[in-house]
Design a protein around this ligand. Structure first.
Ligand code: 5GP
Ligand code: MN
Ligand code: MN
Length: 336
């Protein structure tokens, strides 16, 4: 992050009396954890804070453990014209979903994000695409403000760091140093891993059996390397939460044949949400952008319409001459 940006953002936050913090639609642990951590820190300094997002209308079950203090309010309760808006882990105003309009109605807008595609839609920016998670940027802000960490803040930041690095698969020495600091401040790795990752209901298993049972491997679809893909229909999703379905792409990705994994999820009849994951050589953000979405080099997504076959065909076509990541040397890259 540019030191000047960090200073300007800290100055803005230091004097703010009322702060609205927003995560992206379908918030993950980095979006919600970052918003809650900064909200908790500012509340310690006496500010009135609220955290929100939408859709969906409710905090996903697996993320409830991040908000024991109840900082999250329904999107409908967010003021029409907030004094200070802080957008976290959202690369564009559109990623704020139901609350995207507040970018235009707020007094000041601070954008804290690590997406390479960030459109710099705020009045102040702490944007760094080399950060492995937005949580890391929030920690830098909290340090700049001189607010001490506590277990509740540390838990939220650790959750974002853990999930965005793929459970530390993409960690550097700096990631582990940050993680160590957060654990020393009271984050409990075993408790968080259980609550955030090992908390699927039993109904997850029959859904996986159906969806994984029809996964396909195309050995040479990605410039000679493998594509593993499957589709999740609305019927497959009945009785399971979106969180269960979101785990599927990471299972496909865990096969050695998969250079790229693709899961398309039918959110409404004929409307598909696609998740792309890459191992190291291919930049799936470019593919997702070609489908009208975005994301990171190794984790990206899109929303589109058509038949399942159509959608897979279009992605396959774009992968035929795959956008290669220039440096294949190990480098911190982030999810979500
Ligand atoms: P996921 O597959 O976990 O839903 O998404 C992976 C990442 O891709 C997200 O963290 C986000 O950065 C990006 N992403 C997913 N869906 C969309 C989308 O519809 N539009 C854009 N711009 N980015 C998306
Ligand atoms: Mn995210
Ligand atoms: Mn993130």
């Amino acid at each position: 992050v540019l030191t000047a940006d960090l200073h300007a953002a800290a100055d803005l936050l230091r004097t703010a009396a009322d702060v609205t913090l927003l995560g992206h639609v379908n918030p993950d642990a980095d979006a919600l954890g970052s918003a809650l951590a900064l909200g908790l820190a500012l509340r310690k300094r006496g500010a009135t804070v609220r955290v929100s997002f939408g859709p969906p209308a409710e905090v996903p079950d697996s993320l409830r453990c991040l908000d024991p203090a109840g900082l999250v309010v329904p999107a409908a309760d967010v003021p029409a014209a907030p004094e200070l808006l802080v957008a976290l882990d959202a690369g564009s105003a559109a990623r704020l979903g139901w609350l995207a309009d507040r970018v235009g109605t707020s007094g000041q807008v601070l954008v804290v994000d690590h997406h390479a595609s960030n459109t710099r839609y705020g009045t102040h920016h702490v944007v760094d695409d080399t950060a492995e998670a937005t949580a890391v940027l929030v920690l830098a802000l909290i340090d700049e403000l001189g607010i001490p960490l506590d277990p509740d803040i540390a838990r939220c930041l650790y959750a974002g760091l853990m999930t965005d690095t793929g459970s530390f698969r993409r960690a550097t020495s700096a990631t582990h140093r940050t993680a160590a600091r957060l654990v020393e401040a009271g984050a409990e790795p075993a408790v968080l891993a259980r609550e955030l990752m090992d908390a699927h209901p039993f109904a997850w298993l029959p859904m996986l059996a159906r969806v994984l049972g029809r996964a396909e491997l195309e050995q040479a679809a990605v410039g000679g390397r493998g594509l593993v893909h499957t589709a999740v229909t609305m019927a497959d999703m009945t009785g399971v939460r979106l969180e269960e379905v979101e785990s599927v792409v990471d299972i496909l990705r865990a096969t050695s044949e998969a250079e790229v994994a693709l899961v398309i999820k039918e959110m409404a009849p004929g409307e598909w949400s696609g998740s792309l994951r890459a191992k190291s050589a291919v930049d799936v953000r470019v593919v997702a952008a070609g489908m009208g979405g975005g994301g990171h080099r190794l984790a990206a997504g899109f929303t589109t319409t058509g038949t399942a076959e159509d959608v897979v065909n279009r992605v396959r076509e774009m992968l035929r001459q795959p956008p290669v990541i220039a440096s294949q040397a190990p480098r911190t890259r982030s999810r979500s």
